[in-house]
Design a binder for this molecule. Structure first.
Ligand code: DC
Length: 227
């Protein structure tokens, strides 16, 4: 039970979310998107007029007053809640939040707070969790670990296909540059930077469609499943 996690890590817009959701559906597993937790906290900070690049002490203080967690619904899925209601995901997946979230995600206290909440999902059973540090920090003993990548150009195309996440009128070049900058911040931060776990299976999805990637992951999982 304590190893029954599927850790799906990788850079921004690599297609992890769609993949993780489809994989969880296929396996009858729970799906947790940890990026939405960081996005929700970033949304709160922006809503309070804070500057995520500078107001680190104020953002750390917020952790005492907000409750962001995944809740199991009656339908057996996981739903992200803040305080006493579900998070409106369309609100946290907007370009204003995307542009600032890496600043919030590099704060050490924020990461500790998030990781302890993410680990609380472990007793549920088979879990597909996607993020940047799942195989390295949240569940370093997970039985299944994947590191999913794609070229910056392919990722920019995928980002354009996601409504709301690209600022109105943004050029393709600008989106490629923004993705590269977020990669840099996620990879160079001091606390649990984005990097593959030593035992993660790397999958480059640049030239593959979602069904092909799903098949690759499912085969690896099948091969490693305990008797
Ligand atoms: O997957 P996403 O683009 O929604 O993630 C938003 C940001 O949150 C991303 O820039 C890095 C951060 N993040 C993180 O640091 N650790 C995670 N486990 C998930 C996301």
């Amino acid at each position: 039970m304590d190893k029954e996690q599927i850790a799906l890590d990788g850079p921004a817009a690599s297609g992890k979310s769609t993949l993780a959701k489809r994989l969880a559906d296929r396996l009858g597993a729970f799906f947790v998107n940890t990026g939405d937790m960081y996005r929700t906290l970033t949304w709160v900070a922006l809503h309070k007029g804070l500057d995520p690049a500078k107001d680190i002490a104020e953002i750390t203080k917020l952790l005492h007053f907000v409750d962001i967690r995944y809740v199991r619904t009656q339908a057996g899925t996981m739903e992200l809640w803040m305080d006493d209601r579900p998070v409106d995901l369309a609100k946290v997946r907007v370009s204003e939040v995307t542009a600032q979230v890496s600043h919030v995600a590099k704060i050490g206290n924020v990461r500790e707070w998030m990781v302890s909440r993410q680990r609380q999902a472990a007793p549920l059973g088979l879990l597909v969790m996607e993020g940047r540090d799942i195989g390295t920090a949240v569940f370093p003993h997970a039985r299944y670990k994947f590191y999913v990548t794609a070229s910056p150009e392919v990722r920019a195309k995928r980002r354009f296909a996601q409504t709301g996440e690209v600022a109105a009128g943004a050029s393709f070049e600008r989106v490629v540059a923004e993705i590269a900058e977020r990669d840099r911040m996620d990879m160079e931060r001091e606390h649990s930077p984005l990097r593959p776990a030593p035992d993660a299976i790397h999958v480059d999805t640049s030239d593959l469609d979602i069904d092909q990637v799903l098949e690759i992951l499912a085969q690896h999982i099948e091969a490693k499943r305990p008797e």
